[in-house]
Design a protein around this ligand. Structure first.
Ligand code: ATP
Length: 361
């Protein structure tokens, strides 16, 4: 198992009466790409700031290589931050921006030059050393900010929504670049975003946050396939979420019908929520469908149609399909038992994982 670098143990943060972070526990291992994902104001930046040393935790421990670092000042932590607005010095050249931290540490000129050149090569900005910051595009400024952080050879790089100022196309290109850079450098990245697609595409592991809490952590595939609760199912990807009842292990009722599923460990007749992803629904004839819906609208999304239909209980269904039924047409929907994901109301991640372990063995 990889070595743990950063640990937050039961970290809480309050400003006066307002609690911003509630009992945060997380571990970052060496060489992995992590993402803090959640809506605006949920506390993502505050977690970065406690790790960087810009904000004190009200309670709890921050550890680096197993040592408590709550009282270690920011400039003594082996962590660097790339800020959302880049925080570059506009009147200085690219070289001087990247060299800034090394110059403060009074490294000799030859070493500074060699390290700045190496960092600029890594972010594909060789040849830009004498440019002013104002003469660079947004994407190039972004690269300078990253070069300025990695030139310090941090063990952990914190990135606070670094791609949010870029247009959609450049943003996608930078996602690939950042992921490749992380793999080449082999250092731990902790990346903050509220964009779930970005988190799914880039991360080894994601921490899904809401309201000052980490609701779920795990690989993108695990979180997508097995969301712990309504918030996560709704926030990550698109979902059909329906109320239902667990009849017994591996049998669930929703929409007035019983279905075989792969979930277990609930009480008989326990009220539950059922998740079906739009891409797991297949359109068929009404006779062959497990459910029947009437098509309301459809949007062409390039490689699929995003279709909305309503069942006879007026429940809305979102369907992704390469086929385009007619508006007003009645169609059947089928899905596999494995595509049904059942969630218990109020279940926390630890209880959810314990239940999964118990019935999967
Ligand atoms: N110095 C402060 N004093 C009081 N409240 C603060 C302070 N800093 C942050 N907050 C509050 O803490 C909450 C979490 O802020 P934080 O910046 O960590 O959220 P975030 O998830 O990073 O949001 P965003 O995606 O919008 O940047 C917000 O409600 C914010 O208003």
């Amino acid at each position: 198992m990889a070595k743990t670098i950063v640990e937050l143990k039961n970290v809480s943060k309050s400003y006066g009466e307002t609690t911003i972070l509630k009992h945060i526990n997380l571990e970052l291992e060496e060489g992995k790409f992590y993402t803090l994902l959640g809506p605006s104001g949920c506390g993502k930046t505050t977690i970065l700031r406690t790790i960087a040393g810009f904000t004190d935790a009200t309670t709890g421990e921050i550890r680096f290589d197993g040592q408590k670092i709550n009282d270690v000042p920011a400039n003594k932590r082996k962590v660097n931050t790339v800020f959302q607005d880049y925080a570059l010095f506009p009147h200085m050249s690219v070289f001087d921006n990247v060299a800034f931290g090394l110059a403060i540490h009074k490294l000799d000129k030859a070493e500074i030059k060699q390290r700045v050149q190496a960092a600029l090569t890594l972010v594909q900005l060789e040849g830009y050393t004498n440019r002013g910051i104002a003469e660079l595009s947004g994407g190039q400024q972004q690269r300078v900010a990253i070069a300025r952080a990695i030139v310090m050879k941090p063990r952990v790089l914190l990135l606070d929504e670094p791609l949010s100022a870029l247009d959609a196309k450049l943003r996608r290109a930078m996602q690939v670049e950042l992921r490749n850079l992380q793999q080449r450098l082999g250092i731990t990245f902790l990346f903050v975003t509220h964009d779930q697609e970005e988190a799914l595409a880039m991360s080894d592991d994601i921490f899904v946050m809401n309201n000052g809490e980490i609701l779920q952590s795990g690989s993108p595939v695990d979180i997508y396939d097995e969301p712990v609760n309504h918030f996560v199912a709704d926030f990550i990807g698109e979902s059909n979420i329906l109320p239902g009842h667990m009849i017994k292990d591996y049998e669930v009722e929703f929409g007035g019908q019983k279905f075989t599923c792969s979930d277990a460990g609930m009480k008989p007749n326990e009220p539950v929520e059922v998740v079906l992803r739009p891409e797991d629904l297949t359109i068929t004839t009404p006779e062959n469908g497990k459910l029947v819906v009437t098509i309301e609208t459809q949007l062409f999304r390039g490689d699929y149609y995003e279709i909305v239909g309503y069942d006879d209980d007026h429940h809305e269904w979102l369907i992704h399909s390469i086929h385009s039924p007619k508006d007003g047409e009645r169609v059947g929907l089928t899905f596999d038992p494995d595509d049904i994901h059942v969630m218990r109301y109020g279940e926390k991640e630890a209880e959810f994982e314990a239940r999964l372990d118990a019935y999967e063995d």
